[in-house]
Design a protein around this ligand. Structure first.
Ligand SMILES: *[C@@H]1O[C@H](CO)[C@@H](O)[C@H](O)[C@H]1NC(C)=O
Ligand SMILES: *[C@@H]1O[C@H](CO)[C@@H](O)[C@H](O)[C@H]1NC(C)=O
Ligand SMILES: *[C@@H]1O[C@H](CO)[C@@H](O)[C@H](O)[C@H]1NC(C)=O
Length: 395
């Protein structure tokens, strides 16, 4: 008898099988034909994440305990974990590196806690995560950078929180623009209801886009109530304003411009949208002499740094245009200029490629080289200087 006990202890040590954490139950459950290790802890006496769950745990349920914080690398030994349910505890804080090594995790449920913030960047440690439950917490803001970490999340429940504003970046992620819908559109289920949303274009767009035919988003509850809010201009948005909300679209005057060394060129971009979008220019890549381009992000710069002339005007509500004027072109002006329009309802951008041709020398300036899709390039040699006082500079 004693021998049997000794042998089985010896075996456990050999196999690396650890005891079940105290106040928890460890069982083998079945998932289809597979046997999976399940660990369940739901005792109010538990006040910290257990550190000795068996390493082959696939599903860990820590629910209705008095755990209040999730420390760094709390589940580091559980690299096979696929389901982590931490619902209905009293969690107020989660370390941004809490989820280190959860390579296999598919489902994270944190519903019914006291979270006022969530470390979105921590999602990087769970590349296979697709379900994230955060309903019934105290989240009061969603940062724009959350959109960077949410592309793979296909089920996101943010209902019953204290959210007021949805960043336009999330709208762009969840409802990609039509031209990008050609490929496989990521379909998602979202819970956004029961939050004190302000009535702005984002919420109005979510409601209307999710009801449109073929919408990539299904709302758990279609009814998003919102309270009156101030628009960008500080004026109360009315129902009529909300119905005019329109995502921006940009139209560059040309997508490719070829211009000789030393010449002056004007790049123009027109944007529409409601509220009237803002326009910014970004130079993203450099053409070395002719055709090779390097796309390293270190090359990207926000214009109009070093620009002699940049103008922007909104001739009427919903429309804005912008031009940048480059004088005495040199090879380093060549590259891709991205014109980016942004409003509450989303962002849009379009590239313009500028190629600079010719060699430096005393000879007469080279002629423009026509190319099929060049339909706009303005040479401004001798143009009158625009009356600057009329232009509103907005950067
Ligand atoms: C539980 O599953 C593990 C493998 O995950 C296996 O080694 C063990 O024998 C199983 N235990 C029982 C009681 O079925
Ligand atoms: C991981 O396992 C090691 C020993 O194998 C243990 O010292 C450590 O506390 C465990 N960490 C966690 C977070 O469970
Ligand atoms: C999304 O999924 C891809 C492919 O599985 C993975 O490489 C990437 O890291 C994931 N992204 C995030 C933010 O988790």
């Amino acid at each position: 008898m004693q021998l049997v006990v000794v042998v089985s202890v010896f075996q456990s040590v050999l196999l690396g099988v650890r005891a079940c954490p105290s106040l928890c139950t460890c069982v083998n459950g079945s998932h289809g034909t597979e046997e999976l290790r399940l660990v369940q802890c739901s005792d109010p006496g538990i006040s910290a994440v257990p550190v000795n769950a068996p390493p082959d745990t696939v599903k860990l349920r820590l629910e209705k305990t008095s755990i209040s914080r999730v420390p760094r690398a709390a589940f580091y030994n559980l690299s096979q974990l696929q389901f982590l349910w931490l619902a209905y505890n009293s969690i107020t804080s989660i370390h941004p590196s809490s989820f280190l090594n959860l390579k296999a995790l598919r489902e994270l449920r944190l519903d019914g806690n006291l979270l006022s913030a969530f470390p979105w960047e921590g999602l990087r440690d769970m590349p296979r995560l697709c379900t994230l439950g955060l309903h019934n917490n105290r989240l009061s803001s969603l940062p724009a950078h959350a959109a960077l970490f949410l592309p793979n999340i296909t089920y996101l429940d943010l209902s019953s929180n204290r959210l007021t504003v949805l960043p336009a970046e999330l709208l762009d992620l969840w409802f990609p623009l039509q031209r990008e819908w050609g490929g496989a559109v990521q379909r998602r289920v979202l819970g956004l209801h029961d939050n004190p949303w302000l009535c702005d274009c984002q919420i109005s767009m979510v409601t209307s886009l999710s009801m449109s035919l073929g919408s990539p988003v299904i709302l758990m509850d279609q009814l998003l109530t919102c309270s009156r809010s101030l628009g960008q201009s500080g004026v109360l948005l009315t129902q009529a304003d909300l119905s005019r909300c329109m995502r921006p679209s940009v139209q560059p005057a040309a997508t490719k411009v070829i211009s000789p060394l030393g010449s002056n060129v004007i790049l123009r971009c027109d944007a529409t949208g409601y509220p009237t979008p803002t326009l910014t220019w970004i130079k993203t890549s450099v053409y070395t002499n002719c055709c090779q381009q390097s796309e390293t992000s270190s090359n990207s710069e926000q214009l109009p740094r070093n620009l002699e002339s940049f103008m922007q005007e909104s001739p009427r509500v919903g429309v804005r245009w912008s031009i940048i004027s480059l004088n005495g072109l040199s090879h380093k002006d060549a590259g891709e200029y991205r014109c980016q329009a942004r409003n509450m309802a989303g962002t849009a951008e379009a590239p313009i490629r500028l190629k600079v041709v010719g060699i430096i020398g005393p000879s007469r300036p080279p002629k423009t080289v026509p190319e099929k899709d060049v339909f706009y390039a303005t040479y401004c040699e001798g143009c009158p200087t625009p009356p600057h006082s009329r232009w509103r500079l907005e950067v």
